[in-house]
Ligand binder design. Sequence first.
Ligand SMILES: [Zn+2]
Length: 310
Amino acid sequence: MKKVKPSLVLSDEDLKKITTYPPELQTELFHTSLAVQSPYLLAKINGEQYIVASWIAEYKKAGKAMEDIEWNEVITRHINPFKEENLLDDVAKLNVREIESLLEFCNKYGLMGEKINNISIEKSGVDTLGRRILANAKESLSYFVKETLIIQGLITTYHDIIQPLNDYYKDTNDTSIEKTIDEMELKLKQGINSKLGLVRPAINLEAKGKYLPGYTTSTLLGAIYYQFYEVVTSGKQFKECVNCGSLFIPRKSNAKFCPPFTSGEHSSCQNSYNQMKSRAKKSVRTGKKTIEEVANSLGRPLAEVRGWFD
Ligand SMILES: [Zn+2]
């Protein structure tokens, strides 16, 4: 994420502006702290499925009222979602039908922010740093799934439709597809813009008397859309992971696999692909299978499997 160095603009004798960047004022441009109330679990409340912080379930089981919450008993982790480099990749990859991976995502990043995006916080327990404890403690599963699917739909529109159409248009100048491209790009633009209001300028008080410019968001959803906005406006493209097929933003031009879920670890997709490759090579080398049979049984294109033996 970008850092800001607020510039110092002075005028010289000829009233020409001179801009300098005092390094001591360097700070984070995006300063946000969101609660992650992990571990989360799925619970049915009044007939509807919710993703809830497990401490809520424990409080309910113990018959305690929400009013009785001892705020300092509730363990809460905080993240700056703007600094989570794989956030957009993880959203793109998330399979909302797999509850386990959905909860794993929530345990890492928290919830999308239904309560915050839709209504003001009704009961705002505040910790010593003034952070709202109830934030991200509970969210309807349907909201989380709906918002995830909307983002994934926009990513797919960008990667699977707009990009190939624009490539084709560049090659052929085929005017018959102009209207379709315009419509799709408008849909993408409106889809992203509609959520960018969740990110807003905010003063970053770095030290006494030092009011620095900055941006913040109250919800994970805001940060996700901001990352998407950065991808699109910087002309970056998503790529398909060779192993699992999900879309990710390549950090290097030759990147083939989605980034690891936990930073610093190896990409699990890269690991499983390499394992599959070495098993395949072994079965061909030992004469158990032909290259064609391997390709067939793995369901991978023959050209790709042939490439393993080059
Ligand atoms: Zn992958």
